[in-house]
Design a protein around this ligand. Sequence first.
Ligand code: ADP
Length: 269
Amino acid sequence: MNFAKKLHVRPGQHLRLADLDAGDTLGFEKGAEAKKLTEKTIERLDKLQYLMYAQNRHSLLIILQGMDAAGKDGTIRHVMSGVNPQGCSVTAFKVPNHEESQHDFLWRAHKACPGLGDIGIFNRSQYEDVLVVRVHKLVPRAAWEARYDQINKFESILAENNTVILKFFLHISKEEQKKRFEARIEDPKRNWKASPSDFQERPYWNEYQRAYEDALSRCSPKHAPWFVIPSNHKWFRNLAVSRIIVETLEDLHLKFPKPAFDLRKIKIK
Ligand code: ADP
C-alpha cells in the first residue's frame, strides 16, 4: 500500500477533520505484523538517510503539527530512532523569544531548515503563526490571512532549492486527547508532560480544528504536501509516518556519488 497516496491532502482540498476518523488504521491490525513492518521501514530509513547524506544533493524537512498530546514528541522518538544523529536536527518552535519576535515570522523557520544531505525535523513550525496566533488573535486578521500565501512562497523557495518537504498533521480525537491528559495526571512517568497550557487550550478545540483545516487546505501544494495521519493509535501513527518518509526518499532514487578523482591512481604505501 502507498501510504502517501492514501493520506495526503490534495492541493486546495477542503476537508472537515471531524469527518476523518482519527482511529483509522487503513485495515492494518495491531500486532506482530504491523510491528515488523514498522521496524523494517525504520531500518530502511536509516539506509536512505545515509545515502542522502553521502549524495549531498537534497535536504529533507519534516514538519510535525497536531493538537496538544497528539504525539509529536513520540513520533520523533520512534520514527527517527534508527537515524544517525549526524545529519539530523530537531527544532522545537515555542512562543517567539525577543529576538525572534523582532523579525518576520519565517525568519526562525528559515534559519532552522536543514542543509544539503540533512534531515531537519520541526516540532511545531511556521504554521503556529496561522494556528495559535489566529485562534488567540495575537495579530490582526489581515496579518494572519496574508501568511498562508507567504508560507506557500517560502516553501516554494525551499523546494526549488532541493528541499523535500513533508508535513504531518497528527490527527487525534477530542476524547483521545482527554485520555492522554488524564494519563499525564495519573501516571507518575507522565506527570512531567502535564502543562497548564494544555488544559488552557482545550476549550479552543473547535477554533484550532478550523484553523488546521484552513492551513491544510490552503498550504498543500505538490512540492510541500500535508498528510493527515490518524493518530489515536500510536503504533499506526509511527507506521504511517515512517512509511511516507521512506516512500518519498525511495522516489528520489538516491545513489552514492562517484568519487571526484580516479581512485585507481591512488597508491597507498
Ligand atoms: P510543546 O507543547 O510543543 O511540547 P510547549 O509546551 O513549550 O511545547 O509549547 C510551546 C508553545 O509555544 C505552544 O503553546 C505553541 O502554541 C506556542 N507557540 C509556538 N509558536 C508560537 C508563535 N509563533 N506564537 C505564539 N505562540 C507560539
